[in-house]
Design a protein around this ligand. Sequence first.
Ligand code: DGL
Length: 267
Amino acid sequence: MSEPPFAVGVFDSGVGGLTVLKQLMVQIPSVSTVYLGDTARVPYGTKSADTVIRYAIACARLLIERGVQLLVVACNTASAFALDHLKKTLSIPVIGVIEPGARAAVSATQNGIIGIIGTAGTIRSGAYQDAIHAFRPSAEIISRPCPLFVPLAEEGWIDGEIPRAIAKTYLDDFKDAGVDTLVLGCTHYPLLKSVIESVMGKTVALIDSAEAVTQVVSEILTDRLPVRKRDAARHRYLVTDAPDSFREISERFLGHAIDEVDWVDVA
Ligand code: DGL
């Protein structure tokens, strides 16, 4: 099958990066994409930096072989651990979610107290913390992993008593610390936005890294890369395991059904 002449590659550990893809489709509808979900090796959030870097290299190589000309690392954990390596070693532009999210957080905060939530790996890496401090050294940051948000989002338990009780347990300290801005530093968390907002209150700015990264992609496309017509846009989906369950769950993340998901081997 022939590949589109230009496409943005998006990769994630699994289905979560579809939150980023969705933003790309909405904000840059003319752009073709190839999405790779590394469903055979998800989750990345609990793994070591070395392992995540190895996985990320394999995913990036596969997408480059498929002809993508710009790579979006939708996975926060992969962005946190592997972005520098990918940027140094790949010949195409590579964009991660951390820096755009950090920049958005710094412009949103009024009181300089910023919360970060993400996977254990993302929080442990200190990548968001460093990026925020690079933009605003005086920022006060509190952070913690919220691992249960991932299965809640995948199961579609995104409102009601149980997600709210879990969110409250995770987020009460952030409220007590007076954060006015909270970075949703994981692909899955935007699905729980309304529960998170109900706990944090409407005055706390919730930073969706998916929106922030799309803005950066949009700027790069305008400046450097050709943009095709909207009706020429094609979207391909590749996974390293279980295409059928990816297809089933993807609707929740993408908001619409997808027809074809192909299995690929990145090992
Ligand atoms: N995609 C991952 C992230 O954004 C969450 C799921 C995982 O742990 O792989 O960090």
